[in-house]
Design a binder for this molecule. Structure first.
Ligand SMILES: [Fe+2]
Ligand SMILES: [Fe+2]
Length: 261
């Protein structure tokens, strides 16, 4: 059953479940950070298949940790577009379709907060701190993760009953979506342009390979073989329901006049 068709109680229960998964993930990240802190190199030779042609092919196809995290940011951007659309539409209609917003917030909760941010908190940030880099930036990013989770909890609670949100509830939801979007646009842009490149520069080639495989394995364990694709599909369904799926609608009209003969 899709999240959109789940009863409200089950959706709320589903929202609570990833807390345990996140703890497991952070545990794994803690191990990685400890290994890094001890100067232990995660060698590609730890695998029996290492060095083989098959291993090399897997490594070539495997996204690097930075590529993986940036791909997840793409999913986050699509949710931010949904939030912006819903908050803007509320200004004119005074209504928010709670079911669609709840589903979007669940994806943030389950995938972005409980998985993507857990990777950042378990692997990326500790490594940067250990190297004495971007300490202030990392502190701000961690605080923003916490604020984001508070906003998501508010959105999930206010939309759990489904139906249509209006009045003071609609206003609170629109404010929460606007605050979330305003914070996460610069947040992820800073991570993409500064934090991930700095993290990348701290890793050896063997660590990049090992971490790429580990990130993929963790995603597989938590969300199944096609977890990311399934999340993208869920986002696309929400976009389609709201009428914002068609990419062409965002192309501006041509404002350059035709050249004179
Ligand atoms: Fe982050
Ligand atoms: Fe991020």
């Amino acid at each position: 059953m899709s999240a959109a068709r789940q009863p409200a109680e089950r959706r709320v229960a589903s929202a609570a479940a990833p807390t345990r998964r996140r703890a497991i993930l952070l545990g794994a990240g803690g191990l990685a950070a400890a290994a890094a802190g001890a100067g232990i190199t995660v060698a590609a030779t730890s695998s029996p298949a290492s060095g083989s042609a098959a291993q090399l092919r897997r490594d070539e196809a495997q996204p690097t940790p930075g590529e993986d995290l940036m791909r997840e940011h793409g999913l986050l951007i699509r949710i931010l577009l949904i939030y912006r659309y819903l908050a803007g539409d509320f200004q004119s209609s005074g209504l928010i379709p709670a079911l669609h917003l709840h589903d979007a917030a669940l994806i943030i909760h389950d995938y972005i907060e409980a998985f993507h941010e857990a990777l950042e908190e378990g692997y990326v940030f500790p490594r940067l701190r250990q190297a004495g880099q971007l300490d202030s930036t990392v502190s701000t990013l961690l605080l923003q993760h916490a604020r984001g989770r508070e906003l998501t909890q508010l959105i999930l609670a206010d939309t759990a009953a489904g139906g249509v949100a209006r009045g003071s509830t609609g206003k609170r939801l629109a404010g929460a979506m606007a605050a979330f979007t305003r914070m996460y646009e610069p947040h992820e842009a800073r991570e993409d342009t500064v934090v991930y490149p700095a993290y990348r520069n701290l890793l050896s080639a063997a660590e990049i390979s090992e971490l790429g495989q580990r990130f993929a394995q963790l995603e597989h364990e938590q969300f199944g073989a096609d977890g990311f694709t399934a999340m993208v599909s869920r986002v696309a369904q929400i976009e389609a329901a709201l009428g914002i799926y068609d990419l062409a609608q965002f192309t501006p009209p041509n404002i350059i006049p035709p050249a004179l003969p």
